[in-house]
Each structure stands twice: as structure tokens, then as C-alpha cells.
Design a protein around this ligand. Structure first.
Ligand code: FMN
Length: 413
């Protein structure tokens, strides 16, 4: 059998501090540090601990130049080879390993910068519920880490400051001042379809187009985009939209139309999702998928926003994804490209907030999302296209139960 090393592999040295009675009795502080190597292979998206002999074995195998197993066994224990094969850090010819190699080739073809591929792979959540673990209060954080760095900082001598003319306010300032992250949506609040259409067009829709060269069209939108490529896509999870059946839709930015996602695009429910492994080593069986997820749309919404009940009941969730391959087509293996894609999404999010605010709605954004669930329900491979953030909007509740930041009382204005 020929053996390859898994591509896009990084190795991190981690140090854990543990209590040791022996150390304490021997006159030490009782705190001993244990160092360990951790393998982070982007196609695998799963950590594995390594020892020094594992590292030497990985060093002996190429990603491109495979080594026959018999040759490896001359210098390395067969059990060690088996263990790294089982982990997916070494790849043979099995179907799961072929899938991993195909995923790595896909990363290569999409133009991923290796460190960004690792960030994307290891920053993904699958079954996170942020409310499962009691959160530290801000007062706890101050007690544990000391005061927060100052709210802004001064540079240079105060005497050298140039005071600016007082700001002149326009209607835009008024709109900006009313923008607040909403964590209290009306339980039965509904968004009319016409408002959803207006918002999608203003935030994500084509406002113009230009052929940059034969084979490369740029869309003009209402926000800037690194390289002018607008790789961010919008998917709508409609929970309560008057005139639109609840469900998942893709917004077509050029046609200004919603594309209902077919039954095959919508993933299975809780149990099957938990079993999903992006590496393909344990791929879920896609047969038997249904357009309405088990537990309904509300339960799916809650999983998408990682258990944040204060966001999950918004009438409309907008799932932003990025077609990384579109941006990386121009910025191949570029150190800034992944970051620029995230920044694009931030600009779109602010336009969504402002549009919703102007409509009299509350809006939110969250980065605390279960990326792998999103990939599954939208049928994304996570390499050419993957999740970035979730926005939502709709009528506010009359009472604020979950905290919001409105020091100037603009919500009561
Ligand atoms: C990228 C990003 C991610 C955020 N993620 C969360 C989140 O996961 N949960 C949440 O309750 N708020 C989230 N927020 C909202 C912030 O907490 C909020 O913007 C901040 O407290 C300031 O309040 P304001 O938006 O009302 O001015 C996020 C904001 C941004 C920009």
C-alpha cells in the first residue's frame, strides 16, 4: 500500500499546567508543565495528539510523493503507522482517505492560503449551545483578568490635541443612533414579504454590473467588497414572513428572487447532525432528508445560532456564507484574502442593521453559529462555500427582557 501525508497539516506545541504532589513534596511549586504536540490538519478538522516518533513518521512521508508501507515499516512501528492512518494524518487508499485527499485537492483548487484553511476548519462549531455553560459576568471578568483595557486610548500629550469642530447631525446620524442589537423580538412578530424583498435588494442585490474583462463580471452593490468580487451570499430562514411559506431560501442577487431549497438540500435532524464528520470519515447518509427539519424550523433556528434563544425567534434569519473560491480566484493562497471576506460580511451586516432600523425593526448579528449545521442544511462543502455569520430582523418585543446596549434611551424615543 502507498501512503501519503495529509496535506494542510500544522503541528502546534501546547503546554498544560497540572498539579503534582511529588513536585510539591520535592520543594517545587506543585505546578508542572507538560508539553505535547497537536496535529491540526485542515481537511480533517479534528485535532490529534502526537509524540516525537509520530512526528518523525510524518516527516518521512510526502503529501505528493507516497511511500510504500513496507518501506515505512523498516524504520517505524506498524502500530504507529496504523494509528496515524486511523487518525487520517497518514492516508492510504481507503474510501474515507480518498475523500480526505479529494477535500485537500478541493482546497488547493479553491486557492486557500494554508493558515486560513486551518482557521476555517478549526474555528467551526457543530453542537455548541452557548447557554449550556454558565457565562462569566463582566464583573467576574474584571475580578479574574483585571480592568478591561480603556474604552479608547490617548496618543501623545493632551496639550497637542487638535479639537475638531462640533459634529453636524443629519438624518443619517439619527438612523445610526437608532441602530441597536435587538435581543428581544416579538414572539408573534411578522415581516411582510415586501419588506423582506426591499431589505434583500438593498443589502445584497445587484445595483449595477461591469465586465472587468471577458470571463469576469463584477456586481455593484451598496457596500464595498475586497477585489470587487462580492463573494458573500445570503440565505433566508423565513420563520414568520407574511406571504412566504416558512423555510429556507437562497437569495439570487441578480434575479432578485428567492430560490426555495429543495428537500435534498436540507439536512437531517439532531441525531444525524451530531454524527456528521466534515472529514468524510463518517459521512451522514443523505437519504430520507425532508424539507422541514425534524423539530421544525424553530428548533433548527436555535441550533444555527448556538442556543441563543434571544436571537432564534426573529421572524427572519439571514445566513451569510462566502464563496471563498470566488475571492481566492483573484487572491490565490493570499495571506489577506480570508480576512477580507469576513470584512465584506461585516459591511453587509451593517447595511442590514440600518435597513431594518429604518423599517422600524430590531436587528442582530452573531458570529456564534454552528457552522457545520449550516453547511449541512445548505448543502455546502465548507471549502468552496462556507458560513460566515447570521443576521436576523423583525418587530421588537414591547418589553426588554434580555439586555441591550441603549445608553441614550433611543429605543424609547
Ligand atoms: C461580529 C459580531 C458578532 C456578534 N456576536 C454576538 C453574539 O454572538 N451574541 C450576541 O448576543 N451579540 C453579538 N453581537 C452583538 C454585540 O454584542 C453588540 O453589537 C454590542 O454589544 C454593541 O451593541 P450594539 O450593537 O447595540 O451597539 C455581535 C456583534 C458583532 C459585530
Amino acid at each position: 500500500m502507498l501512503i501519503h501525508r495529509c496535506p494542510y497539516l500544522f503541528v502546534e506545541r501546547r503546554e498544560d499546567v497540572a498539579f503534582s504532589l511529588d513536585d510539591l513534596l520535592g520543594g517545587g511549586s506543585g505546578a508542572v508543565t507538560r508539553g505535547r504536540w497537536v496535529a491540526l490538519a485542515a481537511p480533517l478538522a479534528e485535532e490529534h495528539e502526537l509524540d516525537g516518533d509520530d512526528l518523525r513518521l510524518l516527516e518521512a512521508v510526502g503529501c505528493e510523493d507516497p511511500v510504500p508501507r513496507a518501506e515505512l515499516e523498516r524504520g517505524h512501528a506498524p502500530e504507529r503507522i496504523d494509528r496515524l492512518l486511523a487518525a487520517g494524518l497518514l492516508l492510504g487508499e481507503s474510501v474515507p482517505h480518498q475523500r480526505l485527499r479529494a477535500r485537500a485537492r478541493q482546497m488547493q483548487a479553491a486557492g486557500w492560503w494554508p493558515l486560513a484553511a486551518a482557521m476555517q476548519a478549526f474555528g467551526r462549531w457543530r453542537g455548541v449551545d452557548v447557554q449550556e455553560h454558565p457565562r462569566e459576568t463582566i464583573a467576574d471578568m474584571v475580578a479574574a483578568h483585571g480592568p478591561a483595557p480603556a474604552e479608547t486610548h490617548a496618543r501623545g500629550d493632551v496639550a497637542h490635541r487638535l479639537s475638531l469642530p462640533p459634529p453636524r447631525k443629519t438624518a443619517l446620524d439619527d438612523l445610526l443612533a437608532r441602530r441597536v442589537t435587538c435581543r428581544n423580538f416579538a414572539a408573534d412578530g411578522v415581516v411582510p414579504l415586501a419588506q423582506l424583498a426591499d431589505l434583500l435588494h438593498r443589502v445584497f442585490g445587484e445595483q449595477g454590473r461591469q465586465e472587468l474583462a471577458p470571463g469576469a463580471v463584477a456586481l455593484k452593490k451598496n457596500s464595498p467588497s475586497g477585489g470587487g468580487l462580492h463573494p458573500v451570499e445570503a440565505y433566508v430562514l423565513a420563520q414568520r414572513v407574511e406571504g412566504l411559506a416558512p423555510g429556507l431560501y437562497h437569495y439570487h442577487a441578480v434575479a432578485h428572487a428567492l430560490e426555495p431549497l429543495s428537500a435534498g438540500d436540507v439536512g437531517p435532524g439532531d441525531g444525524a447532525m451530531a454524527a456528521t464528520d466534515p472529514s468524510g470519515l463518517d459521512a451522514a447518509d443523505p437519504s430520507g432528508w425532508d424539507a422541514t427539519p425534524p423539530g421544525g424550523w424553530a428548533s433548527l433556528a436555535l441550533r444555527l445560532v448556538a442556543g441563543q434563544t434571544w436571537f432564534a425567534n426573529a421572524p427572519v434569519l439571514v445566513l451569510m456564507t462566502a464563496r471563498f473560491d470566488r475571492n481566492f480566484w483573484k487572491y490565490q493562497r493570499h495571506a489577506k484574502a480570508w480576512k477580507v471576506v469576513q470584512l465584506d460580511a461585516g459591511h453587509l451586516s451593517q447595511n442590514l442593521y440600518l435597513t431594518a432600523t429604518e423599517m422600524g425593526h430590531g436587528a442582530f448579528v452573531t458570529g456564534a453559529i454552528n457552522d457545520e449545521v449550516i453547511e449541512q442544511v445548505l448543502g455546502l462543502d465548507g471549502v468552496t462555500e462556507g458560513p460566515v455569520l447570521i443576521n436576523g430582523f423583525g418587530p421588537r418585543a414591547e418589553q426588554i427582557v434580555v439586555g441591550e446596549l441603549d445608553p441614550n434611551g433611543r429605543l424609547d424615543a
